[in-house]
Design a binder for this molecule. Sequence first.
Ligand code: ADP
Length: 438
Amino acid sequence: MQDIRWSAFWLALTLVFICLILWASRGATTALAVFGIGVSVYLYSHLYWLHKLHRWYKKPSLSTIPNGSGIWEDIFADIYHQQRRHNRSQAQISSALDRFRHAASALPDGVVLLNGEDKIEWCNPPAEAQLGLVLGKDTGQPITYLVRHTDFLRYLQEQDYSEPIKLRSWRNPEATLEIQLVPFGGKQKLLICRDITQMEKLETMRRDFIANVSHELRTPLTVVGGFLETLMDMDGAVPESTRSYFTMMHEQTSRMRRLIEDLLTLSQLESGATVPQDTEIDMSSLLDMLMHEAQSLSNGNHELSMEAEPGITIKGAAEELHSALGNLVSNAVRYTPPGGSIKLAWKTRGREAVFSVQDNGIGIEQKHIDRLTERFYRVDRSRSRETGGTGLGLSIVKHILSRHQARLEIESVLGQGSTFSVVFPSSRIVLKERKIEQ
Ligand code: ADP
């Protein structure tokens, strides 16, 4: 750059110098004419290279870039290097894109890229096979035109993509698909589709196995328990020296029977065989029943109270809800030492309705809270057993609540007590005497 600027400077200086000599020797007209010719040649050369640049720019290619002369040589050299860098990064981007597409195509799960208007931008071969899409033909089509399953349309509309949905495949009724939408980059979405037919079959086999084993065990256990009870009731049938063994055998059979009942309830709930009937629940009698149950379980050992807002009723399966709420009440009694207090409450919170059981019992350490609804998860196994627990109560509660679109909230402080709240969505609430704040 430095050289060119200097050569341009020397050229201009030489021209001025020649013109000055000519002015002195041949007069001003000749000097002006020569100056004019010099400037024209200079301008022409710039126009020439500008024209070349313009022509090249219409079809830019590294091999056809002009060489240029003077300052233009430098300009073309710069353009050449920039173009080379651009080409290299273009090649890198397109090879990265190719690699990404190859990787996404190799995924066993279907992947569909949707734009902000839910139109298909790209999909991989498993998505084509599972959802019946054809990439070449369907690119740019709204996904709702091609996947018309009502559950999928509702899932897309509701915009709550935290959980996947399961659908029976419309292309193969034997197959089950799991679809999850993952929003990214503003309004775009990634649709991930998985064939879970095999997993579902295994799950059904597992459920059936547990249900069958529980069924098979129920009858012999009933017989054993019944005979034990009869023997213990019969005068002289059980010698005093062995009565304690009989009592223990009776306690253990009762525990096994409770376990089997809970396992059967759980597998029934999991199979989704009986969908909750949306009948209106008589809340005041349900709350009375819960209070009675608490009183009889507590046997006067706790201070029990109930606070109920009138006029809030919900729709659901009465028996299931009784069992779920009863479970929370019985846990509060079982995990609160004598002398403690237990408060039941039924009220609205915004647009939702909440049933809560608050106790000042043993409380739960924070690290256990997320796991309490897992099957057989117990903070203190021996305490649970002592109080007649099976470790399945809260799993049953969770299943029942999810069938009612309700959720369980647990707050607890170790040594201070716990509050278990069941939150029902507004869609489950029936307004009675009063209006719920909208
Ligand atoms: P369990 O039959 O053992 O009570 P659950 O599923 O009902 O089984 O409860 C799981 C565990 O959660 C219990 O073992 C206990 O450790 C804990 N838990 C439940 N409710 C309470 C409560 N109100 N206070 C303290 N711990 C509780």
